[in-house]
Design a protein. Structure first.
Lengths: 112, 447
């Protein structure tokens, strides 16, 4: 059986704060360290998502998303871990999780 | 099987909303591990702002700063996901340059001065991103320094502007370093920017030589910058060292161009190196201030002292004797004295007298009195102090009271000593200084 995969969905509107150059350098270093530490877990760094898109139903195509600001999906990535505990550990160690308001939903991908 | 990491999602929201975390001491190792030199982002910010302001014109510095900020943000996302590009500096320049062209184009549309704006655009766009020589970058940085030190900008705005545009500190970081509120920093910055927006386009084509009259103003700002680090009540060593290093970096830049390589510049750099050499020894483990007498001289940085001596020697070429020459001379005497007791106090007293003639201030006279007291005894120092007619601001200044109290204490005048030390205690700005004064008060009781 292969290692379970998890989809990590980042929710929330992107921060309006502008980090300073010194803070950016710290983030860069922190992210590199995190990526290095969990390189065997990170299958796909995924992507940031642009704020607007389309929502399709059986009968319509509309501009979306229409969720509340804090529920909007802002990005995703795919990681591998033995279990939820492992997946949570990977995400918890991400530098961005120290930001107040950070919210990531982790869902195991069903394999068929 | 590993997928191909795309744009890093997890960089979307990493900024610290409180904005309070400056560069922290703990992360230096991981900074080194990231493949970038220390302060790379901050110094790139200053470099790119200088280059692009040189091309787009001083009046567009707001747009330039936004473009550079945007480029650094883009770098953060892209570099984490894809790794460092071969030449990170060139990558940043290209992206910032494109951001700026976009912003100028938008600006031109809004302003509807199409013809002039079109000229402006070609000016910027025809300068393709290309690797630039070090001396060109240096000239751009120097020009930016002269731009920030325009006498027409209020003095306290000039320092803030230099910290922002050249050193790459955020307003929150500047506030932390200068002990100001962020609102105050923004206000000062606003005044400076208001002025820069009015700078006419023909200013941008002036040769650096035409800005030489601003050199004295540049010295003042760099001296201020250094002292903010050196004299600061800030107990975080790293933060203090950083300001001193920035001042030294920019003053060194001045020495590299004929327009600003003057004996006064050399003397200023000597002052900074001599004081910088003692920075580590100035604080005790708890961040408290140590008096010169208490400092462990083996902690003084010998290499930096040699640099100070070298610049002081260069400063002596030419006939000028400026306030920085006097200050460098005093700092050199302290630096090369084998011990506190073996300091050449007479020379120091004489140098303070010269300094007072060049830049009259009762503080110079006060420092001279301290040197005289070490040389000829506390009564001689007190005699000098009593001859000074202190201006009102000096009377409320804790150092004045502290010096009087200390000299009276040494002279055995217990009553006066207690009175002055208690006065000093009431207005001393930091815990470290209050602790020191309390110790002296206690010593009055025990004798």
């Amino acid at each position: 059986m292969s290692t379970p995969k998890y989809l990590c969905v980042y929710r929330g509107a992107p921060s309006q704060d502008k980090p300073s150059p010194a803070q950016m350098q710290e983030m860069f270093a922190a992210f590199n360290a995190w990526k290095e530490q969990f390189k065997s877990n990170i299958l796909d760094m995924g992507s940031k998502l642009k704020p607007s898109g389309k929502v399709l139903t059986a009968s319509s195509v509309t501009d979306g998303p229409f969720a509340e600001g804090k529920e909007i999906v802002g990005g995703f990535m795919i990681i591998a871990a033995d279990d939820y505990e492992g997946a949570v550990a990977v995400v918890k160690a991400m530098p961005m999780m120290q930001t107040p308001g950070a919210c990531v939903e982790i869902r195991e991908m069903a394999s068929f | 099987m590993r997928g191909n990491p795309g744009d890093g999602v997890l960089l979307t929201d990493t900024s610290n909303p409180s904005g309070s975390s400056g560069p922290s001491t703990g992360s230096q190792d991981s900074v080194a591990a990231s493949g970038l030199v220390e302060q790379f982002f901050r110094h790139e910010y200053g470099r790119l702002v200088a280059i692009l302001t040189g091309r787009a014109g001083v009046r567009h510095v707001d747009l330039v700063e936004d473009a550079v900020q945007g480029a650094l943000m883009a770098a953060l996302t892209s570099w984490v996901a894809k790794g460092l590009p071969e030449d990170p500096g060139a990558w940043l320049y290209r992206v910032a340059h494109n951001h700026l062209i976009g912003a100028l184009r938008k600006n031109a549309g809004r302003l509807r001065i199409l013809e002039a704006a079109a000229d402006e655009l070609t000016l910027v766009a025809n300068n393709p991103p290309s690797p630039r020589f070090d001396d060109e970058v240096r000239d751009d940085l120097l020009r930016m320094l002269f731009v920030c030190c325009d006498e027409a900008i209020p003095r306290n705005s000039r320092l803030v502007l230099a910290l922002k545009a050249i050193c790459g500190f955020s307003t929150a970081e500047i506030a932390l370093r200068l002990f100001l509120s962020e609102a105050n920093v923004l206000k000062r910055l606003g005044r400076a920017r208001e002025h820069l927006r009015q700078v006419p386009p023909d200013f941008d084509s002036l040769p650096l030589q035409a800005l030489q009259s601003r050199l004295a103003g540049v010295h003042v700002v760099l001296y201020l910058l250094f002292n903010e680090g050196y004299l600061s009540a800030q107990s975080d060593r790293v933060v203090r060292r950083e300001l001193c290093d920035e001042a030294i970096r920019l003053t060194t830049l001045l020495t590299e161009h004929p327009v600003s390589a003057t004996p006064e510049t050399f003397a200023l750099l000597a002052v900074m190196h001599f004081h910088g050499a003692r920075l580590a020894a100035r604080l005790d483990r708890a961040g408290g201030l140590l008096l010169l007498e208490e400092q462990d001289r083996s902690l003084w940085d010998q290499d930096q002292m040699r640099l100070g001596a070298e610049w002081l020697r260069k400063a002596a070429s030419g006939g000028a004797f400026t306030r920085f020459h006097a200050e460098a001379g005093i700092a050199a005497e302290h630096a090369f004295a084998p011990s506190f007791a073996q300091t050449r106090w007479k020379e120091i007293a004489d140098l303070y007298a010269m300094l007072d003639r060049i830049a009259p201030s009762p503080l110079n006279a006060m420092n001279r009195a301290v040197a005289i007291a070490e040389w000829q005894g506390p009564e001689a120092g007190l005699a000098l102090l009593e001859a000074i007619e202190p201006p009102p601001w000096l009377l409320g200044y804790y150092l004045w009271d502290a010096v009087l109290g200390e000299l009276h204490r040494r002279a055995g005048h217990k009553g006066e000593a207690r009175r002055f030390i208690e006065q000093a205690l009431a207005s001393a700005p930091t815990d470290a200084e209050r602790d020191l004064l309390r110790l002296r008060l206690a010593s009055l009781e025990s004798v």
